[in-house]
Every structure is written in structure tokens, then in C-alpha cells.
Design a binder for this molecule. Sequence first.
Ligand code: FAD
Length: 415
Amino acid sequence: MNKEVLIIGGGIIGLSTAYYLNKEGHRVTIVDRSDLDSGASYINAGYLCPSHIVPLSAPGVVKKGLKWMFNPSSPLFIKPRLDLDFLRWAWSFQASCKSAHVAAAAPVIRDISLLSQALYNEIRQHEGFDSHYEKKGLLMLCQTPEMLEEELKAAALAKRIGLDVEALDIKALKKVVPTTQVNAIGATYYPCDAHSTPHEFMQEMKSNLTKAGVQLLCNEKVVDFQYVGKRIRSVVTDKRHIKADAFVLSAGAWTGQLAAKAGLRLLVQAGKGYRINAKNSSGISIPAILAEAKVAITPMNGFTAISGTMEISGLNQKIHRQRIHAMADAARRYYPELVLSAADKAGATVGLRSLSFDGLPYIGTSSTYQNLIIAAGHAMMGWTMGPATGKLVSEIISERKTSLDIRPFDPNRKP
Ligand SMILES: Cc1cc2nc3c(=O)[nH]c(=O)nc-3n(C[C@H](O)[C@H](O)[C@H](O)COP(=O)(O)OP(=O)(O)OC[C@H]3O[C@@H](n4cnc5c(N)ncnc54)[C@H](O)[C@@H]3O)c2cc1C
């Protein structure tokens, strides 16, 4: 049966969901409180990276967070706060930082990421989609033996679960990037990864959806829900009430707040990330993560993007200049020719990732209301997992067998 579906939040997760629901014949509306031209889905590093199989909640992360707590230019910053939601999330997060969790999560992350990459390729075959996309792999560049050892361990895990990965010494690295000056003692290289220029794909998605009859309501904020029994009847926005048969909550970092209004305690925190666009040609043609600095370098269409930091400091989009300088300095340490102008730095932007407590996304039906589907919590992997998440949500709403086992993504799971 075709349904009336309302999607709350039009980032990559909301748009991908609309794409598949529309294809299934449902009538779809997206409501978003923004202009639909900014935020994480527009300013991310553009990696479609099945290589990132280790979830954020991994052994050692809490220790690093504590070490860096008072360093304003560190790549990971956790602001301690007497806020019950934050404390609940932090407790559950640290409880998930275990090797057994990483071992169980890695194949799950691999499968949803590979499905998503295949779906990106499928979408891109259609008319109206020809934005920047390249499959040149991803380098993890290391400057110290300790980091190289850590990356080699991660590569061994990736290899064990069937991903294509190579260890590169300096000579082999030179062969992969013959014309770029790089300061590194070695690297691991994941040929399975692709990269893109996010705002271009987002634009194409919006045009395609509008042409296909999906309604996009911008600058309209959802503030509450209205219920009848175990079903949501309508959402209340700052302009009106909107009725539907099914509701998808894909509001990124804001999803926890809205889920609470629907009686679901979803452990979500915002993880702020920054991006600087270097307008001068850098000569970099292969994406790379600067492993010690946790900074991502992406050759996008017409500029090089430098992205990074994970600042867990609540739902705010405040820009801390010292982090921008730290990212720019890191980029220069690895790529001496990567020049960032004052204007590039001044134009830096931020986006909020939505962080679940265990590093796996929440995809599934809420236990509180039968017609509320959650699609959030993708952390550093939402760009990669967008189309697969959209397809899974559309299969749930269409009451069809899902392309993957969605039990690991259950939004009602407990720490
Ligand atoms: C610097 C940075 C680099 C990244 N790099 C990568 C990468 O290379 N690869 C990768 O896979 N992932 C990456 N990510 C993560 C990825 O960008 C996110 O996981 C993804 O964009 C999340 O998409 P989303 O649709 O869930 O959320 P968002 O894009 O945040 O969209 C949520 C939408 O909900 C709307 N909304 C919120 N509240 C309401 C409300 N009350 N009413 C109506 N609308 C509302 C917001 O306005 C917003 O438009 C990166 C993130 C950052 C910040």
C-alpha cells in the first residue's frame, strides 16, 4: 500500500530515504528547519569509505579524550557537562569501547558501507546525476612508527574481513603519489574507497526529488508530535500541523531531542567537525587521512578540502579558530605544498555529526510509536551510509524484507 510519508530532516539520510520511498511509489514530504544548503551533509570530507570499519567507540578513545580535554587544538575534544543526556551517553559510550564490540561491529559497518557504495554507483547511472565522484582509494599517512603500527593493525583487521588494503613503505608510497611532496614514513592504502564533492551531490538529489514530486519544506522546524494510541497522527511545526501515515526521524544531531518528544530515549550527542577549502591548487589527487592529526584531505571539484576534529560540546555551531589553525598546520606538516590563504581559513565551516553511544547508526522502528522510523547516529560515516540507510528505511515502510539484517541498528537497543 502506498503511504503518505513525512521525513523530518533533509540531510543525506533524509534525501536518500525520500529517493527510495519515491521510487517505491509513496508520497513523500521532507520538512527541514534550515535552507537545506548547510550542515554536515554539505561540508563533510566526501569519503565513501568502507575502509572505516572501526566504530568511534573503540578501545583507547576515552583515554585520548581525557588526555586532550584541556587542549583547545586537539582533534578530539569532549567538554565535560552536568547534563543528564550527555552523562548517560558518555557512560554508555565508554562501556562500548571494547575490543569485542569492535570485532562485532566491523563486519556490520563493512556490509552497510559496501551496499551504500554500490547504491551510489546505481544512482549515478541515472539522468541528472553527474557530480564529482572518483574511486582512487584512501591513504592513511603516518609520520611516527607508533601510528604506523596502529594503522597496520587496523589494516590487518580490514584484510581479515575481506577488504582490499596495502601497506606502503616510503618507496611504495612515492609510486602511489609520484608528483606530490608528502612527509610520511609510511602509509596504509585502501583502494576500496571513493570520494566525492558533497554539496554537488546534495544539489542533484534535491533537484531530482523535486522533479519526481517530492515536496521539500524548508525553514520549518518540527517542535512536537501528536498521537492517537500507539501511532503518531501528525507533527507540529512552527507553522502548522502535518499529517502522514509514517514518519521518518532523520534530524542528524538533533534527533535525540525530537525522539524524546516521541517518548524514545535515544542516546545521541553532537560531534562537531570543521572543514577548510583550499582554493589554490595543491596537486593532491588521492584522498588521505593524516593519521596522527586525524585530519582528512580530499581533492574535491576545484579545491582541496581539509576536514577534521570531533568536538563533543553540545548542540552548538560555534567556530573555534584555534582548531582551524591546528588543522591548517597539520596539513602543512604532511603536505608542505598545501598552502591555505587567510581567506580560506576565514571561510571555514562546521557541521554536527550525530553520535550514537556505540558507533553504529540507529535504523529501525521506534518501540514507542509503530509508525515512527529512526534514521540517525551515523557519526563519521553518514555520507558513506546515506543511500543504504535510505533504502533500508524505505524497505521498512514498504513492509518488505530488508537488504541487510537491521538488528544491529535497532534504535531501541540498550547499552
Ligand atoms: C567535518 C566532517 C567531515 C565528515 N566526513 C565524512 C566523510 O568523509 N564520510 C562520511 O561517510 N561521513 C562524513 N561525515 C559525517 C556525515 O557528514 C554525517 O554523518 C551525515 O552528513 C549525517 O547526515 P544526516 O542527514 O543524518 O544529518 P544532517 O546532514 O545534519 O541533516 C539533519 C537535518 O535535520 C534538520 N533538522 C534538525 N532538527 C530539525 C527540526 N526540529 N525540524 C526540522 N528539521 C530539523 C537539520 O536542519 C538538517 O538539515 C563528516 C562530518 C563532518 C562534520
